[in-house]
Ligand binder design. Structure first.
Ligand SMILES: [Zn+2]
Length: 250
């Protein structure tokens, strides 16, 4: 979707299959969690929101993730990493200025070193939390890459014009953030793991885990309010994207 130089392009970066009930309370059977990254072009620069998984996950998920790997059947081909996906849609990875990490879990920050020229933008409280964690979804090799780092506190306007804004959505993790993109045609909110699926929002169904379930619930209520007033929500792991994002490849 493009409006006056501002655009959002989704990239498919693999699939995590798991037991649905762990991710959406009350849901039966297996669930395919689509791993997404998004390129946001702004006249002032190009941003990548989330980076998918680390290449090591492909060959040795347990070595990279520890016991968390056992929760998933991971589909992650060489075509699925964020570098390959960027090239596939005609974006030179060296032109990415900033990687905005929703949070530092392995399926959101794992491909950060594949866009090694970019500065990492993450909430300070997420960085400080992840620093003390290994396992439980965090792997230092994902994000402790030596790239330039910009730690932000709360709401953060990336270009100073209010059109691409990090919104704190703490709850899933201590420093989770979502990304608000104000296209001319309306506001789009990339929720990341503050809301996995449309079904999560419709049922107000939380995952079985999380840093603060009450905060997660409050964030879901805020998302429902935003949607009711015209914001288009793009859910963190939903296989279906809103039509306004257009075609998004294989
Ligand atoms: Zn996730």
């Amino acid at each position: 979707m493009t409006t006056e130089g501002l655009s959002i392009r989704p990239l498919r970066c693999g699939v995590l299959r798991s037991d649905a009930a762990g991710f959406v309370e009350g849901m039966a059977g297996d669930l395919d969690l689509q791993v997404w990254a998004f390129v946001v072009h702004h006249p002032g620069g190009t941003v990548l929101f989330d980076t998918g998984m680390h290449p090591d996950v492909r060959d040795d998920a347990r070595g990279h993730l520890g016991g968390v790997a056992d929760l998933f059947r991971i589909e992650y081909t060489e075509d699925d990493d964020v570098h390959a996906r960027l090239v596939g849609v005609g974006v030179d990875p060296t032109t990415i200025d900033r990687v905005v990490c929703s949070h530092l879990h392995f399926d959101h920050a794992g491909g950060t070193s594949l866009v090694g020229d970019a500065r990492i933008v993450v909430q300070r409280r997420e960085w400080e939390h992840a620093r003390d964690e290994e396992g439980s979804g965090y792997a230092h090799a994902d994000w402790d890459t030596g790239q330039d780092l910009e730690l932000v506190d709360g709401e953060h306007d990336l270009f100073g014009d209010g059109r691409v804004v990090c919104l704190p959505t703490f709850g899933h993790t201590p420093g989770h953030q979502s990304l608000l993109v104000r296209l001319d045609t309306g506001d789009v909110l990339l929720t990341a793991d503050a809301c996995y699926l449309r079904a999560s929002l419709e049922a107000m169904a939380l995952p079985a885990f999380g840093w603060d379930l009450d905060r997660q619930r409050a964030v879901l209520r805020d998302f429902a309010r935003r949607e009711a007033t015209g914001t288009t929500l793009v859910f963190g792991h939903d296989p279906v994207l809103p039509a306004l994002l257009g075609e998004h490849g294989p």
